[in-house]
Design a protein around this ligand. Sequence first.
Ligand SMILES: [Zn+2]
Length: 125
Amino acid sequence: MPFVEIVELATTARRKLTAHRRLRVWEQAAGVCALCERKIDGVRERWIVEHLRALELGGTDELANMAPAHEVCARAKTRDDHRRAAQAKRQKIRHIGAGGSKRPLPFGKTSPWKRTLSGRIVPRK
Ligand SMILES: [Zn+2]
């Protein structure tokens, strides 16, 4: 099993994005899409301010974590971020012991006893 680093995970609050902050995000990236790295035509193409590290994955709501992105490019990233955030939450639930089955199987992983392949019942170490 690969080693997975457990990071404290919390969703960052999203501040209101004013037109001036949108402009600063655009200018610091020179109008280049953060995801496909092509220039965004602000007149003909729809674009959004993307959080490079998603807020729900612990990213900050600061300009340093923001960049413009085509709306179509951002859609795929958002879907992937949601998937990863859901996975991280499941990991955290397991890690802090908030989960667990309400009806554990007899001799299952949570039982202090286990049944061997030969059928013997032995204490789980
Ligand atoms: Zn793009």
